[in-house]
Design a protein around this ligand. Structure first.
Ligand code: ADP
Ligand code: F6P
Length: 320
């Protein structure tokens, strides 16, 4: 029986996951492996939902958002008996390793399965960019560009009505999307979970920029801060400027991946298979100083990605 490796996508989908699946598949096939696509994340592993991926099955997906092998969240995978079950299924299927494309929860599962004896390599795939060991995660750049396009559209109508647009963006507990989109869209203020916000100061700033002739006012709120409707209401009440709240939602996770996400996914997929070929597991692939490298999963999970304080200061210094 030919040696096999598995690939799965787990957690919230991210544009570029398909490009990563394609890269993993093509690299592994070229190295003489058979490739098993595990459907719906760890659920598919526990429920034996597999598809054998050949070279043509991953054709025409590099440009597609979402994930062709589906994704899911699988709380059962936190239980050791399910890790043991997954290990047995991998052995039955002759899978000598698995590439796990997802976020930190997915990597915890990958660490547990590696500990049980099935080498797993994680690839960071999440729009949140909240994985410490990698400057970029797959999907982040596409999501940022989507947010930028949408906020640009909001700005048109906001300017025409001389309103304030309060826009909520995704990112779970992290403010990386909010900060970078805020810079790219010229937001007057960005509220992120990493920095305590001073409502009175923000109101004062809005009044100042309006007095100074600014027609459109954009406020970006990270979902980790929340309360977007209330923030819009307060702005309206305190400044007299009509304010509208917009929650961008899941549209941020869709769409064709950007060049950066496709290239990153292709590089990381290739690298992950190189590790598994050597029997190396319990690693996460990351990108640092422009280079792809690998790091121990526990080490990757032990640190929180620092918030870019300087970029936050730049935003506040130039957007008035
Ligand atoms: P998302 O941020 O979109 O939820 P993650 O990759 O962080 O994506 O999490 C995906 C899922 O991984 C979690 O919802 C959880 O069900 C699963 N998971 C598997 N094993 C573990 C584990 N040991 N610890 C935490 N989560 C795990
Ligand atoms: O982790 C990606 C993400 O889109 C977060 O930004 C957001 O908090 C969460 O997933 C939304 O999850 P769901 O798809 O379950 O609504």
């Amino acid at each position: 029986m030919k040696k096999r490796i598995g690939v799965l996508t787990s957690g919230g989908d991210a544009p570029g996951m398909n490009a990563a699946v394609r890269s993993v598949t093509r690299t592994a096939l070229a190295k003489g492996f058979e490739v098993i696509g595990i459907l719906k994340g760890y659920n598919g592993l526990l429920n034996r939902e597999f598809v054998q991926l050949d070279v043509r099955m991953v054709s025409d997906i590099i440009q597609r958002g979402g994930t062709m092998i589906y994704t899911a969240r699988c709380p059962e995978f936190k239980e050791w008996e399910n890790i043991e079950k997954a290990k047995q299924i991998c052995e039955e299927k002759n899978m000598s390793g698995i590439v796990v494309i997802g976020g930190d929860g997915s990597f915890r599962g990958a660490a547990d399965l590696s500990k049980a004896g099935i080498p797993c390599v994680g690839i960071p795939g999440t729009i949140d960019n909240d994985i410490q060991c990698s400057e970029y995660t797959i999907g982040y750049d596409t999501a940022l560009n989507t947010v930028m396009e949408l906020v640009d559209k909001l700005r048109d109508t906001s300017r025409s009505h001389e309103r304030c647009s309060v826009v909520e963006v995704m990112g779970r507990h992290a403010g990386h999307i909010a900060l970078n989109a805020g810079i790219a869209c010229g937001a007057t203020a960005v509220l992120v979970p990493e920095v305590e916000h001073d409502m009175a100061k923000m109101i004062q700033r809005i009044k100042e920029v309006r007095a100074d002739g600014k027609k459109h006012i954009i406020i970006v709120v990270a979902e980790g801060v929340g309360g977007t409707e209330d923030i819009a209401k307060t702005i309206h009440e305190e400044t007299g400027i009509e304010a509208r709240a917009t929650i961008l939602g899941h549209v941020q996770r869709g769409g064709s991946p950007t060049v950066r996400d496709r290239v990153l996914a292709s590089e990381m997929g290739y690298y992950a298979v190189e590790l598994l070929e050597q029997g190396i597991g319990n690693r996460v692939v990351g990108r640092k100083d422009g280079k792809v490298y690998d790091v121990d999963i526990q080490e990757a999970l032990s640190m929180k990605k620092p918030f870019d304080e300087r970029l936050y200061k730049i935003l506040n210094d130039i957007n008035f």
